[in-house]
Design a protein around this ligand. Structure first.
Ligand code: MN
Length: 220
């Protein structure tokens, strides 16, 4: 419900118009006609990609969230790993395709400010950024994505390779509360009893911090 109220207000919603409505993730309409990118990206390819492949991710995230709700109701988390994987897979697929459609425009475009200045700062020049982006994207092992991203801690524009697209996360998701289950975090005290560590972590959890992060994430 909150997602609906805040939709379009925050930076994180740019490019996701029509991606979530009526309490469900939705297949957004393309920001141009199916034939608008031809001949560089031809109509049949674009239509199947959008209508079939992107739609499958949308159906997948809605179905997975329904299965997770059923699991919570039943108190049966036997399938939580598989369902979490599906949530990340379909959720990231939905996010990345929304961004992908908006990452192209008929006829292409020049790099405007302030992006050009950011590229100069991080890569030397927009041309160097484009070369780096092309090299990284061509070299993705298997299926995946080339990603131009803003890294907010250093305030830098960076280029990432994403193999597949999920890696058990959803691109654009903002962490609110995290629990470390690398062995270094608990093994000295809990040895192999990760479950006790997680139960005790939850007794220590700072929900006030999580609430502040949520407030910041949903602010304009
Ligand atoms: Mn695709």
């Amino acid at each position: 419900m909150m997602a609906e109220k805040k939709q379009g207000k925050s930076l994180g919603c740019l490019g996701f118009s029509g991606a979530f409505e009526g309490g469900q993730y939705q297949l957004p309409v393309l920001p141009y006609g199916f034939d608008a990118l031809a001949p560089l990206y031809e109509e049949r390819t674009l239509r199947i990609h959008h209508d079939k492949h992107h739609a499958a991710y949308v159906n997948g995230i809605n179905a997975t969230l329904a299965k997770l709700a059923a699991a919570r109701s039943a108190g049966d988390f036997d399938a939580v790993t598989a369902l979490s994987r599906n949530l990340a897979f379909h959720g990231s697929g939905h996010v990345m395709h929304c961004l992908f459609w908006n990452s192209m425009t008929p006829g292409g475009a020049e790099v405007p400010e302030p992006l050009a200045a950011a590229m100069k700062d991080s890569f030397g020049s927009p041309e160097a950024c484009k070369k780096h982006f092309a090299a990284a994207t061509k070299a993705v092992e298997g299926g995946g994505w080339g990603v131009l991203a803003y890294e907010p801690i250093g305030g830098k524009v960076v280029i990432l390779q994403s193999e597949k697209h999920q890696d058990l996360t959803i691109w654009g998701a903002v962490p609110l509360l995290v629990c470390d289950v690398w062995e270094h975090a608990y093994y000295l005290q809990y040895a192999n009893d990760r479950a006790s560590w997680v139960d005790n972590f939850l007794k220590l959890a700072n929900w006030g911090f999580a609430a502040k992060r949520l407030e910041a994430a949903t602010a304009s």
